[in-house]
Ligand binder design. Structure first.
Ligand SMILES: C[S@@+](CC[C@H](N)C(=O)[O-])C[C@H]1O[C@@H](n2cnc3c(N)ncnc32)[C@H](O)[C@@H]1O
Length: 236
């Protein structure tokens, strides 16, 4: 299979695995759980509202948001084709240089993409540039900590159906302080919250007694975390 010859974090992996995106028990199952948790942070949109979904993949967020023109930006053609089938207005592009105008979005979402990009500051700048004043930024990603490297890469990537082997480059996990600082520079004060799969749900899901797994808040942001904030005036 092509993915076995890919290097860590090769974006082509998402084209190789496109057939897995919408399988609730496929290798992207956890992304379905995360999309539901992310969607819960997005209020219903009003007529004309625009949501830009950076690194939208196959549009897993689409069932969890309501009332927006849902614009998805991604590098993966195969994933974008699937997103389009779910009603996403698909735009092929790099999240570090998005071909959309300033201030076009009521909501910008960056779900499970920041830990894949080589230039975090550039993607944050783009996310904030796209937001209207008063617009909402919603993020979830993996923290640059030893605990996260151990759990999300060392352990999770060895469990079939939990994470794809080689999907993460440990060097790209997200420094929470840098993320907060870069967002603040562009006028978005972030609130962070750690989340994790509900263990009972996960056990039942593995035993095929549940269809999905809730993500629940946890005391630490040192592994998987959500972040959100509203765009005000830029700091400097
Ligand atoms: C882990 S998946 C998350 C997909 C989606 N946000 C979700 O949670 O279902 C990461 C996605 O980011 C995309 N991606 C990675 N680097 C990117 C970049 N620089 N610009 C745009 N998309 C990128 C990949 O193609 C992939 O679809």
């Amino acid at each position: 299979m092509a993915r076995q010859t890919r290097t860590a974090n090769d974006p082509a992996l998402y084209d190789d695995l496109a057939g897995e995106w919408w399988r609730p028990r496929g290798v992207f199952a956890v992304l379905h759980w995360l999309a539901a948790a992310r969607g819960a942070l997005v209020p219903a949109g009003r007529p004309g509202a625009v949501l830009v979904d950076l690194g939208c993949g196959a549009g897993l967020l689409a069932p969890h948001v309501d009332g927006y023109a849902h614009v998805g930006v991604d590098l993966s053609r195969e994933s974008l084709a699937l997103a389009r089938e779910r009603g996403v207005l698909a735009v092929r592009g790099d999240a570090a240089a998005v071909p959309l105008p300033d201030g076009c979005a009521d909501v910008v979402v960056a779900g499970e993409i920041l830990e894949h990009v080589p230039d975090l500051a550039a993607v944050v700048a783009e996310a904030c540039r796209l937001l209207k004043p008063g617009g909402l930024l919603v993020i979830d990603t993996l923290a640059a900590t030893a605990l996260c490297r151990f759990l999300a890469i060392g352990v999770a990537e060895r469990i079939p159906r939990i994470a794809v082997r080689g999907v993460h480059d440990p060097a790209l996990l997200v420094d929470r302080r840098e993320l907060v600082r870069e967002c603040a520079r562009h006028g978005v004060e972030l609130t962070l919250r750690g989340i994790a799969p509900h263990l009972g749900d996960a056990a039942r899901w593995l035993a095929r007694r549940r269809e999905t797994v809730r993500m629940v808040p946890v005391a630490t942001t040192a592994v998987l975390f959500q972040a959100w904030g509203v765009k005000g005036p830029a700091d400097r």
